[in-house]
Design a binder for this molecule. Structure first.
Ligand SMILES: [Zn+2]
Ligand SMILES: [Zn+2]
Length: 229
């Protein structure tokens, strides 16, 4: 703990949202160092499905998904899950999460991307929340990679109100299919897109986004998320 953190701990005591012990360093965000250590972060040599990034060997469930590959920082649990939930409340990404994202994006083939695109929020929800959490992640990644961020080309056109618990996998896919369109195809044509979102759950949303981008001439769509459910 450096002096700055020590003073901040006194002024803004922050307790870990998981275990309630004190968060020693601001860069850890809402969770303490011990809870971060207990959260599963994917390592360089991790065995994952090459396409969708699921832990383990080729999963066989992602064949129909439109994106080229999908990668995440780690499993959507513990400190990663709490960081994502906090990001929906406050448009800020702690330094530690930024560093983990940079490690994930530096691995092949994501490092070859040329343009960063956040998964758009439905305009209605954007109005209520005031910001798009995927844009906050995309901005941090684009800045670090010195790449252009493009939050105008990909547009969410239909409401996904039907996207609720109770729908099976196919139902969810049908609900989001066609929910996205590309308004500026010339900006994405020939590009290797890094599509950024907070969580990869079923993959239906990022797959629908990827389909729209590829239809508009994008060369590849690589997906990067913080957590993987
Ligand atoms: Zn903790
Ligand atoms: Zn897979």
């Amino acid at each position: 703990m450096n002096l700055y953190d020590a003073v901040l701990t006194l002024v803004y005591p922050q307790s870990c949202v998981i275990c309630s012990s004190s968060v020693e360093q601001r860069r850890f965000g809402v969770a303490c160092e011990r809870c971060w250590r207990e959260t599963r972060i994917f390592a360089d040599e991790e065995e994952i499905c090459w396409k969708c990034g699921a832990p383990g060997p080729a999963c066989g469930r992602c064949d129909e998904m439109a994106f080229t590959v999908a990668r995440a920082v780690g499993v959507y649990e513990g400190a990663l899950r709490e960081s994502v939930l906090q990001l929906k409340r406050r448009p800020h990404l702690p330094q530690h999460v930024q560093r983990l994202l940079m490690t994930a994006v530096s691995r092949a083939p994501l490092g070859s991307c040329t343009r960063v695109v956040p998964v758009p929020l439905h305009p209605k929800r954007l109005k209520t929340r005031g910001f798009n959490q995927a844009s906050i992640v995309a901005e941090a990644v684009a800045k670090a990679l010195e790449l252009p961020i493009d939050d105008v080309s990909l547009v969410r056109v239909s409401s996904t109100e039907k996207y609720r618990a109770g729908l099976d996998r196919k139902g969810r896919r049908d609900t989001v299919a066609g929910a996205f369109t590309v308004s500026h195809p010339r900006l994405v044509a020939g590009e290797r897109i890094l599509l950024v979102d907070d969580v990869f759950t079923t993959g239906a949303t990022v797959s629908a986004c990827a389909a729209a981008l590829l239809d508009s001439g994008a060369r590849n769509v690589f997906v990067l998320t913080i957590g993987r459910a």
